[in-house]
Design a protein around this ligand. Structure first.
Ligand SMILES: [Zn+2]
Length: 339
């Protein structure tokens, strides 16, 4: 590690922890204002890749894509049958980039006859990705750029409760496998204006940029999705895709958060990470130090604002529910979120 990246890795650790503390305090204040007795247990999983694991009971089960490993129709139906057998009252599923059958352009040779083409046909590349998917879903809600409202009333109280869920499978291109499903070039924005403002739970396969999307030092999430999240601000966002970033993050939508995202973005532009030579000017980057100071100052101001007037739709719980760990097994358990 060169001195430049050493300096900034420490700056990142300090800023991250300071920001995490301010987020935690802000979130605690926001939680104080949430009425009790409307709680729903939401079980979140993703990236099970044709494997199965123990699933705790909850009123709502969400699978955020990569049900299968190879994406054939047979393999996907087997996993749907497993999900159907679970006792949860409501179940919501989106596809992931490994679930190739759902995107006609990505279907495996063995499944090409389902769209009237021979295996290896180049014609599939010009097909739309929105095609009928002939699976036996039972009571499961499959979402592909669509919404569903589920009734979670009367579970722990008599207060009616309806939850709006929007789901979509799209993810920015990553890695060498361009045959994967629902991928788009990073310059393309498939999210603009698509997520309804009334969305309580957002389910996508990709994470948003800079939030639980770190593949080691590289953020792999979608910047366009992040842009929409700033507008919609759902209560809960469930995703997977980047297996190395399994976990939860409580995001508070204030200046401290936008400064943190700016700090992460500027860190990505460091010369050592671009392979360019290090110069004196590149080591003394006042913008990065200013970013770090502003993360703390704006986060503190945001905390005081919440303490003063508790604004609505101010926070989102983000859950990277990728069950698959680096060794190829389901090392990460499903999350149970009380909403
Ligand atoms: Zn995966």
């Amino acid at each position: 590690m060169d001195s430049n990246s050493f300096t900034y890795s420490w700056l990142k650790i300090i800023t991250y922890n300071g920001h995490a503390l301010l987020r935690h305090l802000s979130w605690s204040l926001i939680s104080l204002g949430v009425p009790k007795g409307r709680q729903t247990r939401v079980i979140c999983l993703a990236d099970t890749h044709s494997q199965r694991c123990d699933i705790p009971y909850g009123e709502l089960l969400i699978h955020a894509g990569d049900l299968s490993q190879n994406g054939s129709a047979t393999e996907i139906q087997e996993i749907i049958d497993w999900l159907k057998s679970l006792p949860h009252k409501h179940k919501v599923v989106v596809a992931g980039n490994s679930d190739r059958f759902f995107d006609a352009r990505s279907r495996l040779p063995e499944d090409m006859s389902t769209i009237g083409l021979s295996s290896g046909s180049e014609e599939k590349k010009s097909l739309p990705n929105q095609v009928d998917v002939p699976f036996d879903w039972g009571e499961i809600h499959y979402l592909q750029g669509t919404s569903v409202t589920v009734d979670c009333s009367g579970i722990s109280s008599t207060i009616p409760r309806y939850i709006n869920i929007y789901g979509a499978p799209f993810a920015p291109e990553c890695g060498p496998n361009t045959e994967n499903a629902f991928q788009y070039p990073v310059s393309h924005n498939p999210w603009a204006g698509k997520i309804p403002e009334s969305t309580d739970i957002l389910v996508t396969h990709t994470p948003p940029k800079f939030h639980r999307d770190w593949y080691y030092e590289s953020p792999e999430g979608c910047p366009w999705l992040l842009q929409e999240l700033w507008k919609v601000r759902p209560l809960l966002h469930v995703f997977g895709h980047v297996h190395t970033s399994y976990g939860t993050e409580r995001v508070v939508w204030n200046d401290g958060e936008s400064r943190w995202e700016e700090f992460c973005s500027d860190l990505q532009k460091l010369p050592s990470q671009d392979g360019r030579p290090i110069t004196l000017a590149s080591i003394f980057r006042p913008k990065l130090w200013l970013d770090a100071a502003m993360v703390m100052l704006c986060g503190l101001r945001g905390l005081l604002t919440i303490a003063w007037r508790r604004p609505e739709r101010q926070s989102t719980l983000m859950v990277n529910a990728a069950c698959m760990s680096d060794d190829g097994h389901l090392g990460n358990g499903p999350h149970m979120i009380i909403l």
